[in-house]
Design a protein around this ligand. Sequence first.
Ligand code: NAP
Length: 316
Amino acid sequence: MYKAVILGTGPAGLTAAIYLARANMEPVIIEGPEPGGQLTLTTEVENFPGFEQGILGPELMETMKKQAKRFGAIFKRGLATKVDLKNAPFQVEVDSLGTIETEALLISTGASAKMLGIPGEKELLGKGVSTCATCDGFFFRDKKVIIVGGGDSAMEEATFLTKFAKEVNIVHRRDELRASKIMQDRARANEKITWSMNCTPVSVVSDGMKTSGLEVMNNDTGKKEIIDADGIFIAIGHHPNTGFLKGHLRLDDQGYIIVEPGTTNTSVPGVFACGDVQDHKYRQAITAAGTGCMAAMDCEKYLEGERMIDWSQNMS
Ligand code: NAP
C-alpha cells in the first residue's frame, strides 16, 4: 500500500510529486497515455515564470519529472480505469498494474481535446486531422488548412498556423464568434485567414490516403459543400478526464471535479484534485502547477492526521 498516489503527469501532478517527494511522502505517480500532459503537445512556452527566453513544453515537463525523481518520486506507466473511494485506503485499478491501494489520492488527470464526432474524423486523425496546431502546424507549410471552432483556441491556432500555411480557413457553426474581441481582431486582421461562418462540419473527406477536405452544411441555405484542405485542425474545446470517477466524486455538469473553494479538497476526504481536471477557467501551466503545490500540502496535512472536515456535507 502506498501513502500517496498521483494520477497524471502534467504540471499539476509533477509539482505535487516534487512537493510530496521533498516531504518524504514517497509519492507514486501514474503516468497515463499522454505523459507530461498538454504541454508536451506545444512548442514554445513563453509565459512560465523563470524562463526569460521561453522554454519548449516537452523540455519543461521532462525537467519537472527529473526534479521529482531527484527527491525520490516513483513513476509507473498505466491508465487508471476504476476507483473505490468509499473508505481509505482507497483502491485504484490501473490497467498495467492491477489494483493498488493508497492512503491519499491526488487526481491531476487533466483535460483532453474534444472531437467533432463526424465520419472520417477518427480514421484521418494523424493523416491530416489534428487537435494540436502547435504540434502539427509545421507539416502544412504552403498548404491550405481548416480550423474548426469559434473560440479563443480557434483564433489563436488559426493565427499561429498562418506562419506555415498559405491559407487558413476558419469554419464556425454560428455567425457569431465566441472568442474574445482581441483574439477575433487579431485573426480578422490576418490576410491569410478566410472565414466560413454558419457552417456545420458534416464529414472529413479523404483522397483515399489522407485528408483532402471538410464537408460542411451551410446553416443559412441548408446546402452541403466541400471545402478543400490538406489539414483540418479541431479547436472546439476540451473535456476533463474524469470518466472513471463518475459516481465516486462530486463532478460539475461538465465533468470537472468540484473542489472546496480555496483548497484542493474534493468531496471525499483524502482525495485531492489539481490542474485542469478541476479548472475550466484559468487552464494555464502555472495555475496547474500552483494547484499541484496546494494539493501536495493539503495531502501532507491529511497524512499527518490533521482532522479533515467533510466539507461536502455543508454544500447546498
Ligand atoms: P470554447 O471557448 O469552449 O470554444 C469552443 C468553440 O468550438 C465554440 O466556438 C463552439 O461553438 C465550438 N464548438 C464546440 N463544439 C462544437 C461542435 N461539436 N461542432 C462545431 N463547433 C463546436 O473553447 P476554447 O476556444 O478551447 O477556449 C476554452 C477557454 O480557454 C476559454 O475560456 C478561452 O477564453 C480560453 N483560452 C484563452 C486563450 C488566450 O487567451 N490566449 C487561448 C485559448 C483558450 P459555439 O460558439 O457555437 O458554442
